[in-house]
Design a protein around this ligand. Sequence first.
Ligand code: FAD
Length: 305
Amino acid sequence: MVPVHPNKYRLLAAERRAPLRVSFEFFPPKTEEMERTLWESIARLAPLAPSFVSVTYGAGGSTRERTHATVKRILAETALVPAAHLTCVAATQEEVDEVVRSYHAAGVRHIVALRGDPPDGIGARYEPHPGGYAHACDLVAGIRRTADFEISVAAFPEKHPESASLAGDLDALKRKIDSGASRAITQFFFENDTYFRFVDRVRAHGIDIPIVPGILPVQNFKQARNFAERAGAAVPQWLADRFEGLDDDVATRRLVACAVATEQVLALAGQGVTDFHFYTMNRAELVYAICHQLGIRPAVAKVAA
Ligand code: FAD
């Protein structure tokens, strides 16, 4: 057994003892082919009994209808618990509240509440919509006022790209929790120490909700490096080295991706982390294999002998 790190990192006591749990993030599909891939992936991953599956909300609120449709189909056709992402972008408070009410009426009980990125893209100045929610903490408070939901929020181990300091981010995270969020999911990261240092800072800031690591299995290194640049996540040289020369070798890349992500999650689990949120990119294969190695297997109905 891998020993739990001796109190170096302030994981919650409950986190150190609990069994492993996973959640999966999907994005709403744009085409029929993408829709097929998504539903094949959901069907493949569903037997792993995730705590929840979340569906993103496109930049600028652009996928509003598709996010709804995907979440509602998950509710109608599976036994999975959906979590709908919702942002403050390009909508008034009344419009957002209406979305919240319609989710509640449809039976959704978990929202991932986000500010969203500037409609002109990451790096542009963020201007709240006139009459809209300005920050994620305001959205969390609005959801709380509107209906009863479990609310998750975003956290950034390497600092939000717009923030001057991590301390400012921790204040923002605290406000989201004080407004009613009960779980934070992190931006992806590749160095586990980055996550553990962040959890230490979070706990020292008086925040005691679970900080669930967001895991991005890297199947396409170039694409992941682009995501990381935009998200402000560091890409270590060792990671680039692992994928060096594999740009045109999909099969080997997939094996390396599985090894890299498995090493990451096993190391996190070895230090007492119990919950993992996977950015699936709507693909099941890698995530399924990684979960298998975490010991997460399809739930098989028990049949009396
Ligand atoms: P906030 O918590 O509002 O923080 C944004 C910035 O404002 C930070 O720099 C913060 O320090 C600062 N800030 C916060 N509150 C205040 C305040 N009161 N006063 C001054 N400054 C403040 N984007 C999408 O468009 N759709 C998605 O589905 C989506 N899903 C995501 C899921 C996860 C797990 C993560 C980690 C990110 C996701 N994002 C998504 C990206 C997210 O919307 C962006 O990173 C966005 O720029 C920040 O969102 P936030 O909720 O952290 O905002």
